[in-house]
Design a protein around this ligand. Structure first.
Ligand code: ATP
Length: 241
């Protein structure tokens, strides 16, 4: 098998929506244990990048590999089983299902040999507030609680790489701090994370490395600390800092 230290590698990935080049020859690496963040203005292609990795849009060029195994061309559920976990934009917690049912949905996609009940206990250990809400419907949860369910559901798949699409979107400031605290904890426990975030300052504070997308093209990349001080990034995405 492949002994590469990389977890996830996108090579010259291109995606089109009709005449729109949403991604144009984008190459990105996420190495084991890293938090990598993707920054970019509205319409830059960040969500398309997530959709390309998860198999929801076809590539018109390029390849995507996870630990040396090719992902592009596989169906979304196969890609999930290969080890890509997703916390989607808008969280997508099922309102008609209970918290328990939402969490267990992720479980079916896991290849882990750890039994389901033990994985559920791990998730509840991380999000103890969910323990008393397990039989409630997803519709009754606050935005912050939904984010915890979406994260828990993704962790139930025991992903090799966790994709997070704008996890702070629409949350109250205290909940945003909580979400970033959890992201930090996940990193400490060795989870590899690809984070798309509109809150560039917080994303660069927590990330190891970052890429900047502009209308489908990569325009900058480097360590998060280095990019935080690069004037193009600061001007375009960080506002006054
Ligand atoms: P946002 O922060 O607003 O979600 P984004 O960086 O995630 O933006 P994408 O949603 O990936 O950007 O969009 C990239 C480009 O592709 C934009 O020009 C957008 O208008 C276009 N686009 C996205 N989805 C579709 C679609 N289903 N059909 C046609 N064009 C699309």
């Amino acid at each position: 098998m492949n002994s590469s230290p990389l977890d996830l590698r996108l090579s010259n990935v291109s995606v089109r929506y009709g005449a729109v080049a949403a991604l144009d020859a984008v190459s990105i690496e996420v190495r084991r244990g890293e938090i990598v963040t993707i920054l970019g203005a509205n319409g830059a292609g960040k969500t398309t990048l997530m959709r390309a990795i998860t198999g929801l849009v076809p590539l018109v060029g390029g390849e995507i590999h996870l630990d040396g195994r090719r992902l592009d061309g596989l169906a979304p559920h196969r890609i999930a089983r290969e080890g890509i976990g997703v916390v989607p934009e808008g969280r997508k917690v099922y309102a008609r299902l209970s918290v328990r049912e939402n969490l267990l949905m992720g479980s079916r996609l896991s290849r882990s040999t750890v039994p389901e009940h033990a994985r559920l206990e791990q998730v509840l250990g991380r999000f103890p507030a969910l323990r008393t809400r397990m039989n409630e419907s997803g519709a009754l949860l606050s935005g912050g609680e939904q984010q915890m369910v979406a994260l828990g559901r993704a962790l139930m798949t025991t992903p090799k790489v966790l994709l997070m699409d704008e996890p702070s979107l629409g949350l109250a400031p205290m909940m945003i701090d909580e979400v970033f605290r959890v992201i930090g904890e996940l990193r400490e426990s060795g989870v590899t994370i690809l984070l798309v975030e509109q809150n560039a300052t917080m994303a660069l504070d927590i990330a190891d490395r970052a890429y900047v997308l502009q209308t489908g093209k990569l325009v900058a990349s480097g360590t998060a600390a280095g990019l935080r001080h690069a004037s193009t990034v600061a001007d375009a995405y960080l506002g006054v800092i």
